[in-house]
Design a protein around this ligand. Sequence first.
Ligand SMILES: Cc1cc2nc3c(=O)[nH]c(=O)nc-3n(C[C@H](O)[C@H](O)[C@H](O)COP(=O)(O)OP(=O)(O)OC[C@H]3O[C@@H](n4cnc5c(N)ncnc54)[C@H](O)[C@@H]3O)c2cc1C
Length: 280
Amino acid sequence: MKPGAFEYRKATSVKDVVTWLHGDSTSKILAGGQSLVPVMNFRLAHPSLLVDINEITSLRQITCDADHITIGAMVHHQEMVENREVRQYFPLLSVAARHIGHWAVRNRGTVGGSLAHADPASEWPAVMVALQAQIGVEGIDGSRVISAADLFLGYYTTELAADEMMTTIHISHPNHPLGFAEVARRPGDFALAGAIVEDFGDAHGSVTWFGVAGKPERVKVSLPKEAALRAQSFQTALQTLTQLDEDRHRQQLAITVAERAFQHSHLNGQEYFTFEGGQV
Ligand SMILES: Cc1cc2nc3c(=O)[nH]c(=O)nc-3n(C[C@H](O)[C@H](O)[C@H](O)COP(=O)(O)OP(=O)(O)OC[C@H]3O[C@@H](n4cnc5c(N)ncnc54)[C@H](O)[C@@H]3O)c2cc1C
């Protein structure tokens, strides 16, 4: 399939983008095109104007130290896999990025594009909710910050207005052990179920799933020492999700990946970073 006709403009500044988006209510941002182009090819979207933001180099920066990271919306997934500071200080981000599609997809797809697309099976939305990220957004009337918890409304739906643009993602390190795990049919496929677990260290923590509900939600959970009690605790947490998928097999996978993510939160440093599993 081929897309319908559209106008194409290349933006060189954020101001260009918000001005053009505001001037045409059916316009859309083109980032990596890894989700938008297939959707247009299937004629599920027919924007009249595509605003290409690939030339706005300021959106490609990562600033990272042990406590904070700021990620430009146009940072590619593969850059998150490879960046040395990200690997050192926020290994969870690097591990999560490695599970996104294949190299060709990771090399073009962007963090901001993935968040705006809001696929419930995607890694980035859940990771950002788990880490309580703050999302910087620009519109015609100025900027605002949305917490990741408020950004996702449900399947492929966000709080962003049609004429708003995401510019940065800011995360403060939680300074607790974090673990990530997912199960997919084949390496590179979207997750059937995935989880991020944070261990607060007092037999409590949080779990954020993806692939098992319409949007990611960070749920507080008790983390008892006994695996059977933990499974029960994850089951109770799962049932609180507002848009939980009713498929029982997927729900069972959710418990399995939560337990794996919990186990991975107790591997640290290099050992955790070199973990390659989580997919079957
Ligand atoms: C074969 C294949 C496998 C894939 N596997 C996975 C996977 O396993 N996990 C996963 O998470 N994803 C996967 N993806 C999707 C991929 O991660 C995309 O890169 C991502 O979803 C969209 O990013 P993009 O930069 O390509 O955005 P685009 O496709 O260009 O845009 C997507 C949407 O976001 C909007 N948008 C883009 N940037 C901004 C911005 N800065 N502000 C506001 N709106 C914006 C666009 O207007 C559009 O509506 C896969 C894609 C393919 C083709």
